[in-house]
Each structure stands twice: as structure tokens, then as C-alpha cells.
Design a protein around this ligand. Structure first.
Ligand SMILES: [Fe+2]
Ligand SMILES: [Fe+2]
Length: 474
């Protein structure tokens, strides 16, 4: 499964043996580079960035680190190695050989799944394109760019599937993926969370901690697909996604650490005094967490969904860790708990497990987010600071599903419109919070220096020192 870097488009799919496909993708490539030039990281084309590039898709040693100018990054098509005799592992086709071509009857559903996933990838690059101008350090700038080039590659991954398996429709979708823009009034990205702004580095770290983690769970569910090329594509994307979540988790962790240091050193916990010292008070971090958690929750869709049921039954999208679950993998007679609001109470009801697959994937994601929060909470504990981060109730600040028509507090109380209006500013980032965070955003580019509001990391990238020159400006 070695990667061919001699071709114009690096790949491990023997692209040269399929001239029609190769030509189609080479035709798409300049449009992609134009998009990167227009919507990629602002002002960055001449920077030499210490980036990793895939050299093999094996679990170990897949990355090569070197200085790269981002427009010259070798974006390409990398699939995980095929699994011998792989089968469809769930749904009505369970036990059949995995599909190497798109089954005709599932063509439009599969195309929609791939387009929806593909659309999130360039969207996040667009959302993050101004952040380089206010980086808290060279180390963080490099991490931002690494995430950006890999999201660009994830777009390549999905466009490859569209071109290779969906003919003219697929090529048209490939063009449309370059035409939509995050936040655009006329031609926005498909999913709401990907049209929100990522206006500052705190939002970026929360996004990569929480929303890239949604990416992990969506990709993991698609990695179970009976459509084998999708499975192999997603399996390799998952290895890249791990770094994005690391960037987010460690980024917020370093902010918490810096704040706790200040709290301990000066024996204060008054947010106003902490802000006067130029660090981010913990309640503000909690409000950002509440926002990103609730907006990302919506990405999983409605608790009860017949689309989710048919994607599963048809073998297109599995559950997280499908093959490790000990059951019939068809969900015959299975039930799953979902919440509903009755009057001013939130009740749990049991519905057919097949229809609750969105909720189940959301719950798997929530557990993974919670594990990260538990790791964050070790930091105030270590400093003797009496504050713990808490995930809000699943119904808090939701726009989709059972809670969409209701107001729910972070503790899970159903609120009147008036109560919500008077209280929500305590729970979500308010204008003062946003303005304060914005006021912290400077630009720190001296190697080894970090903005005042964030601690230095424990170690550098690829065993380089923390004060390594991760980005060279030319
Ligand atoms: Fe991605
Ligand atoms: Fe990602």
C-alpha cells in the first residue's frame, strides 16, 4: 500500500491505471487549488510550515515531517489497506461480500452521505481561515495549518469516491463542494454548525475538541460501511482526525492550566480580576464549552430517524465499533432509550433501536467528550482550584430533534421563554465574553514564546523542542 508521489496526484489506488478517472481528478485539481488560494489560511502561501505528510497508510510510521509551502502540499488519495474477504457486517445484507461498486438501489443515499461528509471538510478550513493572523505561538500556528491541510485532504478523499463511483453526478458534486462557502447567505455549507464562525482561538480549540470529534464518530460509523471503498477511505481519515482532537484538547487544557496558575499564584477567583490579568476565567471557558457542545450535538440529527434506520438496514452506515458489539447486528426487536419533553418534564421512552441510531451515535460521542472533560478537570484539581467543567444537559440549546421547540437549562430543567431570555447569557458566550476573548487575540510568532492566556505545551511536535521554528515567514 505504498503511496505513489511521482504522479501529479499522490495516491495509493493505482490511479495511473484508470486514465479516465485520473484525467477527471486532474481536471478538478486546479479548481481545488483555486479554492485553497481563495479560502485557505489567509496570507499564508509563502510560509514554510513544518508539516506531516502521509508516506504510507500503515498504523505506524505513516507520517513524514518537513517544511512545506501549503499550496505545494501533496494532497492526494490514500485508502487504508483492503481487508481480505471483508463482509457487510450489519443490516439486511449481513454476511454478503462487501461491495466494491455502489449498489444501484443505494446510489443516491450513498452519494448524499458522501457529499454531506465531504462538505464539512472545506467548510472548517473556511471557518478557520483568519486565525493564523492572531496565533498565540508558532507551535499553535503550525498545528492550525496541519489541521487545515488535512481537512483539505479529507475533501480529496470524498471527491475521489464521487469521481470514481458516481460518474457524472459525482463530478458535479465535486464542483459544488468547491462552490459552497461557510456562512454564505446564498450558497452555504450543508450543515448549520459548519456555517458558524470560528472567530478566535478559544473557539478553534473547542471546535477541534468537540466538532472534530463528531467527525471521528461519523467517520467511524462510515468506516463500517458495506461499501468497501468508503470504509477504507474513512479508516485512513480517522488516523488523521486523532491529531485534530489532540490540538483541541491540549489547547483548551493549556488555557485551563494558565488560568489555574494565575488563580493559585494570586489567590483570586474573581473573573473580572482574572481578566484584568489577561487570562481566561473558567466560567467563560464553560460557556464556550456549552455552546460548542450544543451546536455540535445537532449534527447527529433527530433522536428518532427513519433515514438512519434505512442507512443501517441497507448496510451503508454502521454503529460506532459495530463489529465489536455483541448482538445480532440487525437490531431485530432491539430498543433504545431517547428523551422527550412532556409539559415541563423530560421523560425517557424506549423506541425501536433501529430508529434511534442517531441518538446512539450521539451518546457514544458524548461519552468520548466526557472523557476529555474528565482529563481537563484534573488540571484545576492539581492546582487546588475548586472548579470542575460539566457538560450541559443534552437538551440544552438544541435546534434539531426532540428539544428543538423547548428551552432547557444546562441542569436539564425545562424553562419558560421568559426564564430562558433572562438566563441564557450566563450559559452561553455573551457579547462581553466574545469581546474579551477577541481582545486577547494578538499575534505571537517568536519561537518559544506564547500568548499570556495559554501555557506552553509539555513537548513539541515530532520530538522537536517547543521553541522550534515551526513556521518560517518569507
Ligand atoms: Fe476532516
Ligand atoms: Fe478534522
Amino acid at each position: 500500500m505504498s503511496i505513489n508521489y511521482a504522479d501529479k496526484i499522490p495516491n495509493n489506488v493505482e490511479l495511473a491505471s484508470n486514465k479516465t478517472l485520473q484525467r477527471a481528478l486532474e481536471h478538478w485539481q486546479p479548481g481545488y487549488l483555486d479554492w485553497w488560494g481563495e479560502m485557505g489560511p489567509e496570507g499564508s502561501p509563502n510560509y514554510d510550515v513544518y508539516l506531516r505528510t502521509a508516506i504510507s497508510v500503515d498504523a505506524k510510521g505513516w507520517a513524514h515531517f518537513d517544511y512545506v509551502r501549503m499550496p505545494d502540499y501533496r494532497w492526494g488519495i490514500f485508502l487504508a489497506a483492503p481487508e481480505k474477504d471483508r463482509k457487510v457486517n450489519f443490516g439486511a445484507h449481513k454476511g454478503e461480500a462487501a461491495w466494491q461498486e455502489v449498489p444501484g438501489e443505494y446510489r443516491s443515499t450513498l452519494r448524499r452521505i458522501i457529499v454531506t461528509q465531504g462538505d464539512t471538510e472545506p467548510a472548517s478550513v473556511e471557518q478557520q481561515r483568519h486565525l493564523g493572523l492572531t496565533c498565540p505561538s508558532l507551535y499553535d500556528l503550525r498545528n492550525l495549518f496541519q489541521v487545515n491541510v488535512e481537512e483539505g485532504r479529507h475533501l480529496w478523499a470524498m471527491v475521489y469516491l464521487l469521481h470514481a463511483y458516481f460518474g457524472r453526478d459525482g463530478r458535479e458534486e465535486g464542483e459544488a463542494l468547491l462552490a459552497r462557502r461557510s456562512g454564505d447567505a446564498d450558497n452555504p455549507r450543508i450543515l448549520t454548525a459548519f456555517n458558524e464562525k470560528t472567530p478566535d482561538w478559544l473557539s478553534f480549540f473547542m471546535f477541534t475538541f468537540i466538532t472534530d470529534r463528531d467527525g471521528k464518530f461519523q467517520l467511524a460509523a462510515l468506516a463500517e460501511s458495506g461499501f468497501d471503498p468508503l470504509s477504507r477511505t474513512c479508516r485512513f481519515m480517522l488516523t488523521e482526525e486523532a491529531h485534530h482532537m489532540f490540538v483541541g484538547e491540549s489547547g483548551v487544557g493549556r488555557i485551563i492550566q494558565r488560568t489555574c496558575e494565575a488563580m493559585k499564584e494570586h489567590r483570586i477567583d474573581d473573573p473580572a480580576k482574572l481578566r484584568a490579568m489577561g487570562v481566561i476565567d473558567l466560567p467563560t471557558l464553560q460557556r464556550y464549552l456549552n455552546f460548542h457542545f450544543s451546536v455540535t450535538s445537532d449534527l447527529y440529527g433527530s433522536e428518532v430517524s427513519s433515514n438512519a434506520a434505512s442507512s443501517y438496514t441497507n448496510g451503508l452506515k454502521g454503529r460506532f465499533d459495530e463489529t465489536r458489539i455483541d448482538d445480532d447486528h440487525r437490531l431485530e426487536g432491539a430498543e433504545y432509550p431517547v428523551m422527550e419533553v412532556i409539559g415541563d418534564r423530560i421523560l425517557t421512552k424506549h423506541v425501536a433501536g433501529l430508529t434511534a441510531l442517531n441518538e446512539r451515535l450521539r451518546d457514544d460521542w458524548v461519552a468520548d467528550v466526557q472523557a476529555g472533560i474528565d482529563r481537563w478537570n484534573r488540571i484545576p484539581a492539581k492546582y487546588g482550584v475548586d472548579f470542575r467543567f460539566k457538560l450541559p444537559h443534552k437538551g440544552f440549546h438544541r435546534r434539531i430533534g426532540a428539544f428543538a421547540e423547548h428551552h432547557v437549562s444546562p441542569e436539564g430543567a425545562v424553562l419558560s421563554e421568559a426564564d430562558w431570555t433572562s438566563k441564557h447569557r450566563e450559559w452561553l458566550p455573551n457579547e462581553q465574553d466574545r469581546a474579551y476573548i477577541q481582545s486577547l487575540m494578538g499575534r505571537v510568532v517568536e519561537p518559544g514564546r506564547f500568548a499570556n492566556w495559554i501555557a506552553a505545551p509539555h513537548q513539541g511536535i515530532n520530538k522537536q523542542p517547543v521553541n522550534f521554528e515551526y513556521v518560517r515567514f518569507n
